[in-house]
Design a protein around this ligand. Structure first.
Ligand code: KIV
Length: 474
């Protein structure tokens, strides 16, 4: 969190199940290695999983769901290795992440999860069973009473293995009967669950509905005040991040997310989107607390009201976001759409003349966060991309740059030789530095527009040729 006010080591609550030292602290549970890996075609090797887990620890993730140990021998070994290595490494803030393994509600899965995670300093078993009418009838072919009994006895079984951190999820909670949810959640709390995760498994709820679900669970589940409420939102309607935030506003203090939002079908809530929100919320909270007379105004402007989101914060170091995003993109082969919020290639790029002019005058005109904050080094200061919509101001500014910097997508990730040669482009050595008078600029501008009509992007090499033709030819 750099020089800005942030949680810092002194603020970060040490994770102890059932202990909530700071009610505003929101735990980040990353499930890139479990739900994320369920994205079609995204399978990772054990070595890649370990690399990603190390990167997640650097990012400051509180809980890493490392896999589903009963699913395969490979996954079991990968989770065990992560538990041994990442689950025992103290980070720069003095924290050791919780390492979690997923299991269905049966003894075999739970034992396997425990055998894999038990090497971590803070092991967690995450067990789940479906609670919606649709799932119980068609998938499980069980009655409510049977499901309730399985959940209760399997949470008890997980605790009996010596695990004092057990998370329970009623799968498809978004479509489950609320009264049944209060009942089953109350029972698993009595059986020893320490985190109750509420999955919107098919991503069907709207933010107001999901927020209301969390609020209702909080109000009606016996014993809920002793445990952490968590969200797990799928993105089928593109609402996963919004739903997670609505959940946090309603009292959830753990958000389940993945890097780049990968996961089953349309994916999960994306870590970077949820985080940028919470880091900004914290920042504004600190600022407005300091400037108390304008407190309500600033919060209303940025966060839609102090009472809704104010004061919540996470322990994430947002400067490591780009690095984690690139690593996951590279390893899974799931390429990001250019306009993906926060980490897409265009998230900090500006093409239209009006926007470029604004950016050159002041970056706050079109950017709500600075690229440095997420660890992004971009090719030029104002993120200007020259194309057919660009104006004179942007062209003049680019021509003045003495040497254009390259954008090396992979540099943040690893210094693999082939990757570097793939992403370094010759334009990184091109020298510009042209100071043109108005007439010369006018000539170059018109030929620039003609080229831009033909090409999607005008490169620095094109600019050198244009200047040479328009200004230096006799
Ligand atoms: O989507 C879901 O319901 C899940 C649970 C296992 C948490 O992934």
């Amino acid at each position: 969190l750099g020089s800005r006010p942030g949680p810092g080591p002194g603020h970060r609550p040490d994770y102890i199940p059932n202990y909530i030292p700071d009610p505003n602290y929101v735990r980040i549970f990353d499930t890139t290695l479990r739900d994320g890996e369920q994205s079609p075609g995204a399978a990772l090797t054990s070595k890649e999983k370990l690399d990603v887990a190390r990167q997640l620890a650097k990012l400051g993730v509180d809980i890493i769901e490392a896999g589903f140990p009963a699913a395969s021998k490979d996954d079991f070994e990968a989770v065990k290795t992560i538990a041994k290595e990442v689950g025992n490494a103290v980070d720069k803030t003095g924290y050791v992440p919780v390492i979690c393994g997923l299991s269905r509600c049966n003894e075999n899965d739970i034992r396997s999860a425990w055998e894999a995670v038990k090497y971590a300093k803070r092991p967690r078993i995450h067990t789940f069973i479906a609670t919606s009418g649709i799932h119980m009838e068609y998938k499980l072919k069980k009655t409510k009473e049977e499901v309730l009994e399985i959940a209760r006895s399997m949470v008890r079984f997980a605790r009996s293995l010596g695990c004092d951190d057990v998370e329970f999820s009623p799968e498809d909670a978004g479509r489950s009967d609320k009264e049944f949810l209060y009942e089953i959640l109350g029972e698993v709390i009595k059986a020893g669950a320490t985190t109750l995760n509420i999955p919107d498994t098919v991503g069907i709820t709207l933010p107001n509905e999901f927020g209301q679900l969390i609020a209702d669970i909080k109000a009606n589940t016996p014993g809920i005040e002793d445990v952490i409420i968590s969200t797990h939102c799928q993105n089928d309607l593109g609402l996963a991040t919004a739903n997670s935030l609505a959940g946090a506003a309603a009292g959830a203090r753990q958000l389940e997310v993945t890097i780049n939002g990968i996961g089953e079908r349309a994916g999960n809530a994306s870590l970077e989107e949820a985080l940028l929100w919470s880091s900004w919320t914290q920042f504004f909270y600190e600022v407005v607390t300091f400037l108390s007379p304008i407190h309500p105004v600033v919060m209303a402007f940025k966060c839609k009201g102090k009472d809704i989101l104010g004061g919540l914060y996470t322990g994430i170091d947002t400067r490591c976001i780009v690095m984690a995003s690139k690593m996951v993109e590279e390893y899974t082969g799931l390429n990001l759409q250019p306009h993906k919020a926060i980490v897409g290639a265009n998230a900090f790029a500006h093409e239209s003349g009006i926007h470029q002019d604004g950016m050159l005058k002041h970056k706050s005109t079109y950017e709500i966060i600075s690229p440095e904050e997420i660890g992004l080094e971009r090719s030029n200061e104002a993120g200007i991309v020259l194309g057919k919509l660009s104006g004179r101001h942007a062209l003049k500014d680019r021509l003045k740059e003495v040497s254009s910097k390259y954008t090396c997508r992979i540099i943040h990730l690893t210094l693999l030789h082939d990757a570097i040669s793939k992403h370094f482009v010759p334009s990184c050595y091109i020298q510009l530095g042209y100071e043109l008078d108005d007439r010369q600029l006018g000539d170059v501008f018109w030929s620039f527009k003609a080229v831009a009509e033909q090409k999607k992007r005008v490169t620095d090499a094109d600019l050198v040729a244009l200047v040479s033709d328009a200004v230096f030819q006799p």
